[in-house]
Design a protein around this ligand. Structure first.
Ligand SMILES: *Cc1c(COP(=O)(O)O)cnc(C)c1O
Length: 409
């Protein structure tokens, strides 16, 4: 080995922070904890401290860190075949389609990689459907989205964000999107025109701070979309795959989207895999050559996703999320603290909103970190709590003790 090229030994947290500060883009502001290992609900930092993970990589590791069965599936597939591109077929893709459609009762699937690619794909498909099927005049298609949405970070997607941090300095943005208030069916109805092709919405707004819309909103939105021949696109990239105590959050509302977007936990945190699920023949408008992705539908991603879905169901994680979520929510509601403004959640997608006078959520997250619990603030005043769905009663109770201690200060 050429010793000249050997890296300097790095060990302490501060060394890693220095490396990131020197070489990395500054587009994140993480807690100063350097993780080196994960197992189930636990993470360990480079100094050997253990933490209960209450973020789950924004719900990408619903199945728990390094789930052994997903790991095994990944290793097995990685030694056999990783990528063919879609120029050829592979023996995992068809099985992935079948299992995913059976589980979600969908007609067809478009496989992609990251969440925002699934969003972009759905927007493209909705426009094409609008021109080919609905008969919208060329280049006139409108898509309605909600205020405070989060659908990812590409230019077209941030173009209809209402968060200045996402938009300012990144324009100009493309036309064709209308923003309406979240949870307001009348505003949605008023925004629909003959050129409206789709309504894109999160069943619960995650990044906005776990905002749950009023009861009946989703049903009303479904009704309006059906009546006006508008495609309902549900972004379940964060709410899906067990997080809210159901496979898909739409089940709480008794609605079915025309296009459903999933990602994040679709790979259990091992590999970026996302998908557009089509409940009616919307995906049928795409012809060969009109859309694609080099890695989309690759055999490694498919094998990982197949097992990530299987363990979610086999190991009862969805029911566990419902039960542990109730326990966590009840426990948080019982905490007597003047700092708490509101506690809300569904399944294991939970938020504690603090009063502005409490001094900001980040300080609480840092205090929780010293007690061995990792949380991330959402905006300034909200602590989001979303542990892996494999969390046990004992672990929920332990977490509640830490929240109680920190929130009662
Ligand atoms: C995370 C997320 C996305 C974007 O997913 P990426 O994999 O980061 O591109 C889109 N929509 C929602 C609701 C999300 O939570």
């Amino acid at each position: 080995m050429n010793t000249m090229l050997m890296e300097a030994p790095v060990s302490a947290t501060t060394d890693y922070l220095a490396l990131e500060a020197e070489y990395g883009a500054r587009n994140y502001k993480p807690l100063d904890v350097v993780i080196t290992r994960g197992e189930g609900v636990y993470l360990w930092d480079v100094e050997g401290r253990r933490y209960l993970d209450c973020l789950s990589a924004y719900s990408a590791v619903n199945q728990g860190h390094c789930h052994p069965r997903i790991l095994e599936a990944m290793i097995k597939q990685a030694g056999r075949l990783t990528l063919t591109s879609r120029a050829f077929r592979n023996d995992q893709l068809g099985l992935f389609y079948e299992e995913l459609c059976t589980l979600t009762r969908s007609h067809s699937v478009l496989p992609m990689n990251t969440g925002v690619e699934a969003v972009e794909s759905a927007l493209k498909v909705a426009r094409k459907w609008g021109y080919d099927i609905k008969g919208v005049p060329a280049n006139q298609a409108e898509i309605i989205v909600c205020a405070d949405n989060f659908h990812g970070r590409t230019l077209s997607v941030v173009g209809f964000s209402t968060d200045p941090a996402s938009t300012s300095g990144f324009g100009p943005f493309g036309p064709g999107f209308k923003v309406v208030p979240y949870g307001d069916a009348a505003a949605l109805e008023a925004a629909i025109t003959p050129n409206t092709v789709a309504f894109l919405v999160e069943p619960i707004q995650g990044e906005a701070g776990v905002i749950i819309p009023p009861t009946g909103y989703m049903q009303k939105a479904r009704e309006l979309c059906t009546r006006h021949d508008v495609i309902l696109i549900l972004d379940e990239i964060q709410t899906g795959l067990g997080r809210t105590g159901r496979l898909l959050a739409e089940e709480h509302e008794g609605v079915e989207a025309d296009l459903t977007l999933i990602g994040k936990a679709l790979s259990g945190g091992f590999y970026p895999v996302s998908a557009v699920l089509s409940n009616k023949e919307v995906l049928g408008v795409l012809k060969p050559g009109e859309h694609g992705s080099t890695f989309g539908g690759n055999p490694l991603g498919c094998a990982v996703a197949r097992m990530a879905l299987k363990v979610l169901v086999d190991e009862g994680m969805i029911d566990n999320a419902a039960h542990m979520g109730e326990r966590m929510l009840a426990g948080l509601n019982a905490i007597q603290s003047p700092a708490i403004k509101n506690v809300r959640g569904r399944g294991l997608m939970i938020a504690v909103e603090l009063h502005p006078e409490a001094g900001g959520a980040r300080a609480y997250c840092q205090a929780l970190q010293t007690r061995g619990l990792l949380c991330k603030e959402t905006h300034d005043h909200t602590i989001r709590i979303a542990p892996p769905l494999v969390i046990t009663e004992g672990q929920v109770d332990w977490a509640l003790e830490q929240f109680d201690a920190v929130l009662r200060g």
